[in-house]
Write a protein that binds this ligand. Structure first.
Ligand code: ADP
Length: 449
């Protein structure tokens, strides 16, 4: 019957799609459900890139990287509370996941840098197209090619188990069909995080009460409850990431790559106050300490030309421009004279290759060309690090650290991969790698049954 499959995947973000395609390619019959009317989840909004080490793309650009270095950066970024076994999976599969996506038609040949990385390892499409939309599109096209049964407006409600505790299906609610049961040997939860649910967020971290969020409306965390009701243990739920640079004017998230490519952060007094490419938690905390709890990204036409995405911000009207820094200051109520001095001093650091004030490790270009731009930014809730506890086969575990047979988890709904703080570029890597793995494992499990 049409509602009986080997594997049902819940959520149509990068993790859910990777899981679906991978389970299919390992011989499983798959249904993918999504509660929203559209596919893609938050994955579709990801602007940064996909971190991976030791890739052909890096080699082609002469970038020296290693699995050890990516592990070290990821652990350090996560304040060393990441589950080392999961980080090992993330890192050791990262090249394979870039190759897997590339073989399916993705372009991840441009390699840039995001906060917390010691070398360039953020893989993204050439020309600066949004990585998330691209990756989701490629995965969607591949799911269509495989004729995978995808059901929108269909919410996963409850995991059903047999008397010995093995998963036997999922109760779902379709917008038109109402409640029905999908019979399956395995369920893969790929329901994403809960950053859009400020009630849940602020209960776990009161400092974030009333914060805006970058997330799509479906990021409410009901997958956490679905898993919890099935006996899943949770890990690190209290670690919630605020993205440091959400545009105050437009609510749009301004990618870290703007800083990575050369923008500086200044306060209303026209002064720098932080190493711009420090980890997200530190950058967010520093911005909240400034006058008005916001700061300005300052850059020029050379930075603008280096990153296509910036034209989108300009198009949205969130990046006012002027031909001198003093005029720019006037437009935005920043101390223009101080701003001019700050930029001149910063440019000497670019020349000498050493930031004497904040030890910023990358100084790609001076800010002195053509028009100048200012984007006012403030932190918003961006990513939830914690979630369902999984092992290194993406199997969901209960409080006794035993596997719940037939239940798998991948992506932001899980906890442990990113520890206390996720590095930019590690989410796409996480969802592709753990999605693939969950699909493969669930297909093998179903075959054995
Ligand atoms: P990831 O990056 O981990 O893949 P995303 O946020 O991109 O996560 O995708 C998760 C998707 O799961 C979103 O599209 C969200 O709407 C969907 N989702 C969340 N909860 C449910 C649910 N209970 N049933 C079906 N879909 C869900």
């Amino acid at each position: 019957p049409k509602d009986t499959v080997d594997v049902v995947v819940v959520g149509s973000g990068g993790a859910g799609f990777s899981a679906s395609v991978s389970a299919h390619d390992h011989g499983a019959k798959v249904i993918l459900i999504e509660k929203e009317p559209v596919i893609g989840g938050n994955a579709k909004l990801a602007a940064g890139g996909m971190n991976a080490a030791w890739t052909d793309q890096q080699k082609a650009k002469g970038i020296e990287d290693s699995l050890e270095l990516m592990t070290k950066d990821t652990m350090k970024g996560g304040r060393n509370i990441n589950d080392p076994a999961l980080v090992d999976v993330l890192v050791s599969h990262s090249k394979g996941s870039v190759d897997w996506m590339t073989a399916m038609g993705a372009d991840l040949s441009d390699v840039g840098r995001m906060g917390g990385a010691s070398v360039n390892r953020t893989h993204r499409p050439t020309g600066g197209a949004g990585v998330g939309a691209h990756v989701v599109q490629v995965l969607y096209d591949n799911a269509v090619k495989r004729d995978i049964d995808m059901r929108m407006n269909t919410r996963g409600i409850e995991i059903l188990k047999d008397d010995s505790g093995n998963v036997k299906g999922l109760l779902v609610k379709g917008m038109y069909k109402g409640y029905y049961w999908i019979k399956a040997d395995a369920v893969i939860l790929a329901t994403g995080g809960f950053a859009k649910n400020n009630e849940r967020v602020s209960k776990l971290d009161p400092k974030l009460k009333g914060f805006v969020s970058t997330n799509q409306p479906g990021a409410t965390g009901d997958g956490i409850d679905v898993a919890g009701n099935a006996g899943a243990a949770m890990k690190d739920l209290e670690y919630i990431q605020a993205h440091p640079t959400l545009s105050v004017k437009g609510g749009v998230m301004v990618t870290e790559a703007v800083r990575g490519n050369g923008a500086i952060l200044v306060n209303r007094e026209g002064k720098r106050f932080v190493n711009e490419i420090t980890t997200r938690d530190k950058a967010a905390a520093a911005i909240l300490q400034q006058t008005g709890k916001s700061a300005y990204l300052i850059f020029d036409d050379s930075v603008r030309k280096s990153l296509k995405k910036i034209d989108k911000y300009i198009g949205l009207g969130v990046a006012p421009t002027a031909d001198t820094l003093v005029k720019l200051g006037k437009l935005e109520n920043i101390d223009g004279k101080a701003l001019k001095e700050t930029v001149a001093r910063y440019n000497t650091f670019v020349t000498s290759g050493k930031d004497a004030d904040f030890e910023r490790p990358n100084l790609p270009r001076a800010i002195n060309e053509g028009n100048y731009y200012a984007i006012e930014v403030t932190p918003g809730v961006h990513h939830t690090m914690g979630g369902v506890m999984i092992d290194s086969k993406a199997e969901v575990m209960n409080a006794k650290q035993q596997v719940i047979p037939g239940l798998y988890g991948a992506g932001e709904v899980t906890g442990g991969v990113h520890g206390a703080n996720r590095l930019g570029g590690n989410a796409i890597s996480d969802i592709i790698t753990f999605g693939r793995l969950a699909g493969e494992q669930a297909a093998a499990y179903s075959k054995k049954k």
